[in-house]
Write a protein that binds this ligand. Sequence first.
Ligand SMILES: Cc1cc2nc3c(=O)[nH]c(=O)nc-3n(C[C@H](O)[C@H](O)[C@H](O)COP(=O)(O)OP(=O)(O)OC[C@H]3O[C@@H](n4cnc5c(N)ncnc54)[C@H](O)[C@@H]3O)c2cc1C
Length: 305
Amino acid sequence: MRQLGWKGADHFGISLHNAIVMPYIWHYGTEEQKQRWLPAMGRGEAIGFFGLTEPQGGSDPNTMLTHARREGDEWVLNGKKRWIGLATIASVGVIWAKDEEGVVRGFVVPTDTPGFKATAIDNKLSMRASLQTEIELTEMRLPLDAMLPEARGLSAPFKCLNEARYGIAWGVMGAARSCLEAAVNRAQTRTVYGELIGGKQLIQGQLADMFVEYEKGLLLALHLGRLKDAGKLSYGQISVGKLNNVREAIAIASKCRAMLGGDGITSEFPVMRHMANLESVRTYEGTDEVHQLVIGRELTGIAAF
Ligand SMILES: Cc1cc2nc3c(=O)[nH]c(=O)nc-3n(C[C@H](O)[C@H](O)[C@H](O)COP(=O)(O)OP(=O)(O)OC[C@H]3O[C@@H](n4cnc5c(N)ncnc54)[C@H](O)[C@@H]3O)c2cc1C
């Protein structure tokens, strides 16, 4: 197994590895798969990726075209994946593909398997410290036991994604706090019309409103955490946390950016970076619209996807 550095694996990559890929192997893998991969992954010697999204769209993974056919005692996989974190530096990953009956199944794929090719997406303007890739699978042959035996259908990939979505509700509040801290510091030091901007009522009103949303977001995340500990956290509640906290973090970052004036668009402050990165967070682990639809389904009992 390759000894790998974590270059390209930012906090997003580490949470992808820890909160998504390892739990899949842990929940759905065979004892042999667990023994082969989890200790090395836990030590950071083997990096993992999660391959669900495809070039034709990620919100509706049921449209997936990647497929697995059985030939003797092998699986043969063909297809493409897009936006997959870490795959160019990973040793292993879980790839989702439809079997011959059209059922979505997970496969544990060592990246040195012939027919596996990953290419970095290098034109991103958001999450630039993080590594996303495109994957091409061409007649990639895997042994029969590469399939995660306990994962059948789309509920399997969604199970661990929900863990990550819950984590996002906390993470984005960290970005919001960083932006707020920068804006408060600036308000205490920057003078306009002969007065500190922090002494202007319009500025204090904005700072107070942002702080209220930040505190509400933190309390929401805490509430979800307590429900989770009690085993009572529903998919709809996770969607409330992800949708609200990302939306409010984006609004806070944008207002703080404006409060910093021209300097706010420079790398002197962390705010513009958070703004750009939060745009990715808005999209991955379910877009705003997907979470609205999850909440809508819970409220009405009607799936309107
Ligand atoms: C930085 C980053 C990292 C990522 N990492 C991974 C990874 O490691 N592994 C992985 O598998 N994927 C990953 N993704 C992919 C991510 O999960 C998808 O981008 C996401 O699911 C959205 O899919 P899409 O980009 O194809 O948008 P689309 O599905 O094409 O959606 C386009 C627009 O249509 C809207 N929409 C979709 N359905 C509906 C509907 N029913 N009604 C109304 N509007 C709708 C969406 O909200 C969106 O605004 C990552 C993405 C990014 C940006």
